[in-house]
Design a protein around this ligand. Structure first.
Ligand code: ADP
Length: 209
């Protein structure tokens, strides 16, 4: 987050004199309290300053980097997940390949009639199955998929950074977002390496703190 000159000045005043009221900060800058209000609100929301009623503002001591880290840790799956692309276990490898192209995804989730997770298909799973195969229409995906219970999943309230760690540790491109139901783990979303890359770029482009 880029701070304006005035915001930097406010931080310096509060650092040296806190706790200090908004009125007193305004006096030192020869401005009115009303002029300062938006800056104080931004600095408080971003976590640089804290405000206590009837006491005033004080400096939290946190650097921009610490605040950024805190905010990243607060990001949860539900705010970033995409729609999952799913197939049934009896579709052919040929149809799964077509779906992957049509939907423009790298991972398909295989589900049962209750939309519950039973398998995962990656690009390489489908490539492997295609090598030397005569008729890809005759091979159902359940023969080649990675199956439950060996599937790494996440839930909507999980921290996004933990999901990113799972992608790295397990060397996979994506995980399904699941919801616990009486029939099993219903697939409700997906988080992929692309999701994480987009968040990384947005952190810089959207002045995010
Ligand atoms: P690719 O195989 O195209 O490089 P991945 O790295 O995602 O793509 O997949 C590697 C292997 O891990 C594949 O066999 C795939 O079925 C399996 N896999 C993919 N996603 C998961 C997951 N969430 N949990 C467990 N296994 C997975």
């Amino acid at each position: 987050m880029e701070l304006s000159n005035r915001q930097e000045q406010i931080i310096e005043i509060v650092k040296g004199n806190g706790p200090i009221t908004g009125e007193h900060i305004a006096d030192r800058l020869h401005l009115t309290r009303a002029t300062l209000r938006p800056d104080l609100a931004i600095l408080t929301m971003a976590g640089f300053l804290d405000a206590r009623p009837r006491v005033g503002y004080f400096f939290t001591g946190k650097t921009g980097f610490e605040l950024l880290t805190e905010n990243i840790k607060k990001m949860e799956v539900h705010d970033y997940q995409h729609v999952p692309v799913v197939v049934k276990e009896d579709v052919s490898v040929y149809d799964a390949i077509s779906t992957m192209f049509l939907e423009d995804v790298g991972t398909l989730f295989v589900v049962d009639d209750h939309a519950c997770l039973i398998g995962v298909l990656s690009r390489k799973d489908l490539l492997r199955a295609s090598i030397g195969q005569q008729d890809l229409n005759a091979v159902p995906v359940h023969i080649i998929m990675t199956r439950m219970p060996n599937i790494t999943v996440c839930r909507k309230e999980d921290a996004l950074i933990e999901v990113a760690q799972k992608l790295i540790n397990k060397q996979i491109d994506g995980v399904p977002v699941v919801k616990d139901t009486e029939h099993g783990l219903e697939v409700v979303g997906r988080i992929t390496k692309t999701t994480i890359t987009k968040v990384f770029v947005e952190l810089v482009m959207e002045d995010h703190v």
